[in-house]
Design a protein around this ligand. Sequence first.
Ligand code: CA
Length: 438
Amino acid sequence: MNLNETHDPNRRSFLAAANETGCDFPIQNLPLCIFRRAAEPPRGGIAIGDQVLDLTAALAAGLFVGQAEEAARAAAGPTLNPLMALGNRHASALRARAAELLSAGNVDEARVRRALVPVAAARFEVPARVGTFTDFLCSIDHTLRMSRTGELPPAFRHLPIAYHSRASTVTNAATIHRPNVQFRDKDGVVRFAPEPSLDFELEMAAWVGIGNVMGEPVPLAAAPDRIFGYCLLNDWSARGIQGWESAPLGPFLGKSFATSISPFVVTAEALLPFRTKRRERTADEPKPFAYLTTPEDAEAGGLDLALTAYLVTPRMRLEGSAPAVVTRTNFRYMYWSFAQMLTHHASNGCSLQPGDLLGSGTTSGPTDESRACLAEISRRGATPLNLPNGETRAFLDDGDEVIFRGRAERNGFIGIGFGECRARISPAVEWPPHGAGR
Ligand code: CA
């Protein structure tokens, strides 16, 4: 994949909203999504400005032919898995044709407009059936701040560390229930109760496109083409049970109750202009093994992507105050690239499938403002976060809403955004029904 006319900064859409400065979905982005209107079944679309191009309607109007039509058919159904399985060449053909269709001056504008649905009238779904969700640990700063010894795990600089999380609870739901969990309280008493230390983790995630057959690893040079696209991911974390359950097998129920994602799949091709150097190794750090090294990955494996987390408390909502920024970070701080994560994942012969989701891990950077979860910000609750209205938070309260945004900018290109990953915490359900604990 190379830069092409779909990245042309001079291209404008006939939709005014798509041309506004700071718009997440200009014509240079064209993220894919699955949406539904009222009681209609879910269907595939492409977001542009404040509209979604309904691929079913566009196909019916005969707006796609050839490889772009094949791709549009694969993306028009209730999940994007069929298009992910066809891979990035098909996605590229679809993108090229969609850019033509939505361009200012297109003679078919009237026909294209009839296939548009306002974002405000659409409800967005998880865009693919997630086969597996693997969550990595790619930020050296997050790992050091969360380490009880102040040391990195011995493997950290040799391989991208990960654990298998839960695909069945990847969601775009507006509310997340506080989980009921087992934990050891500060007096050392083991209890079963609503999680007291509920946290967010600001992450990026990659959607796997073409997979690999079991037993056949993916060379690093081939890995970028196996990544179909990206979204924002909130790896909700129940710190109470996480600390209690994780030795010696790692996170389990502390992570599996919910993972929120942004519903728009920003394609690998749309992000091409924003690739950057992967974080460089210093002289005293081990060189990655050959299977985790290519010059291209070192030069362009990173992504210059500004990531922001916001918090809205119930009181802020009542007062009508703007969401408070709690984290500003950038994906370029990550120690490992998504291509390295994918290649390492498959290096033992593990099969990856279209629609598998790879989380980056908390994207913290070196500065205080780039701490990307509350456990880091509040030093595990010891120094609560101060909000602009005087409220404080060590961890999340019921009614708190967490919003992530992501944006890529580079001189000479039109910036693109990811939309929002947003969800509110609702109180734990009463369970077990006849009184918790013992
Ligand atoms: Ca995580």
